[in-house]
Write a protein that binds this ligand. Structure first.
Ligand SMILES: [Zn+2]
Length: 312
């Protein structure tokens, strides 16, 4: 663990994207580099969110996964969203509405429960405050860009669901029968798995590494059995950036205790330059689950142009 405060603040900001003041507060109060989720249920909620952010779609983000920074609070995780994504059609879509569509639970009587079962809106003043009925105090707060109309976004989402015959569940005080059935049917599947939530939660808590070390413009994340896969698309020319990323991700002080199990790299040998595709598999020796990181580099004019638009 680096001992001087300035280095720890710099590292904390590198990993999280936090402001200087937030990093200073965190470094003064934390005994770990990056604190882990304080309960297994909090880790599962964060893993579910990472998977939902990773499923959002959206082709071009200012920050990969549409998250610009996170802040670890004793009461849960605070997440700051990008303003919007640009779809492959060129259409702009607000990040706040896209994530609300993806995570808030609803029941389609013809089918099943969608979104994160048990997730509830605890408030929407200034930010979207969320808590989980499935965990002891598991909570996250989503911050949109300034002026994000959370109340209107929730109203619009609710109206659209009701019109389509579905039932919004995020204001229900208790787990609904449809959610209980869903949780019984899929007790430990995908990002709901407690035994592999350490990665989803751990990566979300270090989200800024995706931005500072591989400069990805989009990322997708999914779970297959006990394996997390994350695919990053980057417009940088391949320069072994993934090795810097995995070194930081497995740093003994601020990272997760991951080890590289397999590495396939075509950065320097790809015949299709400036495109390259590399894969690095990592695992923690004593824990269930593995991590499959896929790095796609597409240095086309279109990706550069759209990336440029997002940073204007
Ligand atoms: Zn490579």
């Amino acid at each position: 663990m680096p001992t001087d405060t300035a280095t720890r603040i710099r590292l904390y900001r590198d990993y999280t994207g936090a402001s200087h003041q937030a990093a200073l507060d965190a470094v003064r109060s934390a005994t770990h580099g990056i604190p882990p989720a304080n309960t297994p249920e909090q880790a599962v909620l964060e893993a579910q969110l990472l998977a939902e952010f990773g499923r959002l779609g959206g082709e071009y983000w200012a920050h990969p996964l549409g998250i610009s920074r996170v802040w670890h609070r004793p009461t849960g995780l605070a997440i700051w969203l990008d303003s919007h994504t640009i779809l492959s059609s060129g259409e702009h879509h607000p990040a706040s509405a896209a994530i609300v569509d993806g995570i808030l639970p609803y029941w389609d009587p013809d089918s099943e429960v969608f979104g994160i079962p048990g997730l509830r809106v605890a408030g929407h003043r200034g930010a979207l405050h969320l808590r989980s009925l499935c965990g002891r105090g598991a909570a996250v707060t989503l911050y949109g860009i300034q002026g994000t109309p959370w109340r209107q976004i929730l109203r619009d989402r609710s109206a659209a669901l009701v019109e389509s015959g579905a039932v919004p569940l995020w204001n229900e005080p208790k787990l609904t029968p449809s959610e209980i059935d869903h949780l019984k049917q899929f007790p430990d599947v995908g990002a709901n798995r407690k035994d592999i939530a350490w990665f989803g939660s751990g990566l979300l808590r270090r989200i800024n590494l995706l931005y500072t070390h591989i400069d990805a413009y989009s990322a997708h994340a999914w779970v297959t059995e006990d394996r997390w896969s994350v695919e990053f698309s980057s417009s940088q020319t391949p320069q072994l950036g993934h090795d810097h990323f995995t070194t930081m991700l497995s740093d003994t002080s601020f990272g997760l205790p991951l080890q590289v199990a397999h590495r396939y790299c075509s950065c320097l040998t790809s015949q299709r330059y400036p495109a390259a595709s590399c894969r690095i598999e990592m695992r923690i020796p004593d824990l269930t689950g593995s991590v499959d990181l896929r790095f796609q580099h597409w240095a086309s004019e279109q990706t550069r142009e759209r990336r440029g638009l997002l940073h204007q």
